[in-house]
Design a protein around this ligand. Structure first.
Ligand code: ADP
Ligand code: MG
Length: 686
């Protein structure tokens, strides 16, 4: 049992013991001490014993108790990484992979990328000869299985953040269960922040055949072990909004200013939904700091979301300068994946961006939706790490009780399954409906996915991957529609352009936007705007960036996000390499945008829409499903409203908005996907 008193003494507020990332004042002993103070340390031997004796060990423990950073180190210390074997630890989020691996490398006193490394999509910081502990996204481990289906390099796989139930985590769990049948010596650790250990254990418990002995394959217990790490966690006082809040960004900013004015020292963590919200809040703070110095002096405001440059990530983890109060504005990444020391106040908007999929209309979109009560509790818990804290919920108690679900729904039950089906097919799992899922996806969604893959030419009549297209698509770590677009571009002679477009689609946004600079950024965008739409506009921006010799000043002047463009360059290089590896032809079409458009359509024909005649506000309907959608204000085609368009993705706020839109000639749809459109829309061209 962990002693609360002790915890209070050990975590000295303000003197955050984790400042060692940049300063060199800490010796190894000090880090050792810090490690021993984490709640998980008391369970070190128990954990190692369970892992030794059981195939699967489920570990539940409060966020910040040391599961992610400590358990992999215990495993190394106990010899699980000897003899050329590797340990993997998976995370659902890329940013978490980077942050925890760098923390662990630092604790072990090694350089990140040597003994400890990480791999996320398009970024591999490991060393074949040296790395023994690899932090990866669960998606990356799935990809590794394509070359090494039994994960033979690994002695232990720790699936972390299992409570998140991300789609890749669920697929991974299903596959690991299969692997264990063939490789009983592979140990699994499933770590999670909340108690749903029993259902996990049920999933991993082998179905008992009669008269089979209880346990033991090679002396190993097959019944999963469950261990619960008691956290410390101080009391957190909860405050609800009295009235429903109109604008949670504005409300969050006002609340932080009130806390700053009235409450004693301690950092603030604000939960908003995504980069756009967060940038807007940062902007409001900056305005406040400029206009009203008295209120806001002493505040250090920092954003935290995936895609944040490395240097900015490190700032978030370092303690605020003396006498200053740190305010971190985060997506739900800080809910359980990352622990920030020193947080005493939490401001919770009550929302997050969630994926929803409707198999009837085949529409998947990102929706800002209420979080679950379980998430709300987790968020509040972040305030009680160092001493008793306070949580300000920007919603009413009535909302909490009546409009928030108790638990979230696993992502696999609210996602489009196209990528998931390809991955399983590529791993040779043909009976996808019969696959052993921790939570079953809906058969409708599964059938939809098979249908789309068939019309993309990725699956054949027997629902097997086609050769070469299907296998090539499986090799490209992108959404299958984008992969298909790249493959088509090789045949059409415009792969250089399409790869640029694919890279630009893989970053959040290449533009700088936000409240207050809308007009300027819109004007800047017009300089690059192409009549064909956003895809060709990306090409114009890329060209300008290239001609400026990749200048950050040029980006600044044109409201282009420099970090995003650097990422585009990186992803582009990786995609070119993959394209060459799978035998695609790298070629530029110079200025022939017709072929570029055809390649985009080859991937995205299913997202075609037509402008509603006589619609005053630019309403479109999707060709299949007749969903009402609108062009997103960030698109260069916003207000232009061409008759026929296709889009890359949808986001919902008050309406469903299409992001990244391109004009099309409808006859090309029939050309690109005759089967798909003839069956669905016999009178398409009317
Ligand atoms: P859990 O996985 O159980 O939530 P972690 O292992 O992530 O816990 O965290 C254990 C401790 O390590 C926490 O006190 C946290 O503040 C610290 N820590 C984790 N990552 C970092 C980092 N990147 N920088 C500084 N401290 C960190
Ligand atoms: Mg963790």
């Amino acid at each position: 049992v962990v002693d609360d008193e002790e915890g209070g003494v050990l975590f000295i507020p303000g003197a955050s013991s984790f400042s060692s990332s940049s300063s060199s004042g800490y010796g190894y002993a000090s880090i050792d001490k810090q490690r021993q103070r984490l709640p998980v340390y008391k369970y070190r031997n128990a954990i190692l014993y369970l892992v030794e004796t059981h195939s699967t060990t489920i570990i539940v423990g409060e966020t910040g108790s040391g599961k992610t950073t400590q358990i992999p180190q215990y495993l190394i210390e106990a010899g699980w990484a000897s003899g050329g074997r590797l340990i993997a630890c998976t995370q659902p989020r890329r940013l978490a992979v980077q942050a925890v691996s760098s923390r662990v490398a630092q604790e072990m006193g090694v350089k990140l990328g040597d003994q400890v490394g990480y791999t996320i999509r398009f970024e591999d910081v490991t060393n074949q000869d040296e790395t023994v502990l690899k932090f990866v996204t669960d998606g990356v481990l799935l990809r590794e299985m394509m070359n090494d289906p039994l994960l033979t390099k690994y002695s232990v796989v720790m699936v972390d953040e299992a409570h998140e139930r991300s789609i890749s985590t669920d697929i991974l769990l299903g596959l690991l269960k299969k692997i264990q049948k063939r490789r009983p010596e592979l140990r699994l650790i499933i770590a999670s922040a909340t108690i749903e250990a029993k259902s996990m254990a049920d999933f991993f418990r082998p179905r008992k055949k009669r008269r089979e002995p209880e346990n033991d394959v090679n002396g190993l217990k097959v019944e999963p072990a469950i261990l619960s790490v008691e956290g410390r966690g101080f009391n957190v006082q909860i405050n609800f909004a009295e009235e429903p809040v109109q604008d949670y960004v504005q409300a969050a900013v006002s609340t932080v200013l009130l806390i700053h004015e009235r409450e004693s020292t301690g950092d603030v963590l604000v939960f908003l939904t995504g980069q756009d919200d967060i940038d807007a809040a940062v902007h409001l703070f900056n305005e406040e700091i400029q206009n009203n110095r008295k209120h806001s002096s002493g505040l250090v405001v920092l954003p935290l979301y995936s895609g944040l440059p490395r240097a900015d990530q490190e700032l978030v983890f370092s303690p605020a300068p003396r006498g200053k109060r740190k305010v971190v504005i985060s997506t739900n990444i800080a809910e359980t994946s990352l622990t920030l020391e020193g947080i005493v106040y939490v401001v919770d908007s009550g929302f997050s961006k969630q994926r929803f999929y409707n198999p009837i209309s085949d529409i998947e979109n990102l929706v800002v939706a209420p979080i679950s009560r379980a998430s709300a509790r987790q968020r509040a818990g972040r305030a009680g790490r160092v001493r008793p804290g306070k949580c300000y919920r920007l919603y009413t108690e009535e909302f909490f009780l009546n409009h928030m679900s108790n638990e979230g729904i696993p992502e696999i039950q609210r996602s489009n399954l196209v990528s998931c089906v390809i991955q399983l097919k590529a791993l040779g799992i043909d009976n996808i409906l019969g696959f052993d899922w921790p939570a079953s996806p809906s058969p409708e969604a599964m059938i939809r996915a098979l249908e789309v893959l068939y019309s993309l030419g990725i699956l054949d009549d027997d629902a097997k991957l086609t050769s070469p297209t299907g296998f090539q698509v499986a090799e490209i770590p992108l959404d299958p529609m984008i992969s298909k677009m790249i493959i088509a571009s090789s045949q059409l002679g415009c792969s250089e352009e399409i790869i640029t477009i694919a890279a630009a689609l893989s970053v959040q946004s290449i533009w700088i936007s936000g409240r207050g600079i809308q007009k300027e950024s819109d004007e800047a965008k017009l300089r690059f705007a192409a009549a064909e739409g956003d895809h060709v506009t990306f090409l114009n921006v890329y060209k300008g960036f290239h001609q400026s010799r990749k200048s950050s000043q040029w980006c600044h002047k044109n409201f282009v996000n420099y970090h995003a463009m650097k990422k585009v360059l990186e992803v582009r290089e990786q995609l070119r390499r993959i394209a060459q590896r799978i035998g695609l032809v790298l070629k530029s079409c110079e200025s022939d945008m017709q072929v570029v458009k055809k390649a985009v359509i080859a991937g995205f024909f299913a997202n075609a829409c037509r402008l509603e005649p006589y619609s005053p506000d630019g309403m479109y309907k999707t060709l299949r499903g007749s969903e009402e959608v609108y062009i997103h204000p960030s698109s260069v085609l916003f207000r232009v409203n061409p008759k026929w368009v296709i889009f890359n993705s949808l986001v919902s706020t008050d309406r469903k908005y299409m992001r990244n839109v391109m004009t099309i000639d409808p006859s090309w749809l029939l050309e690109a996907a005759p089967h798909f459109y003839k069956l669905q829309q016999p009178n398409l061209l009317h």
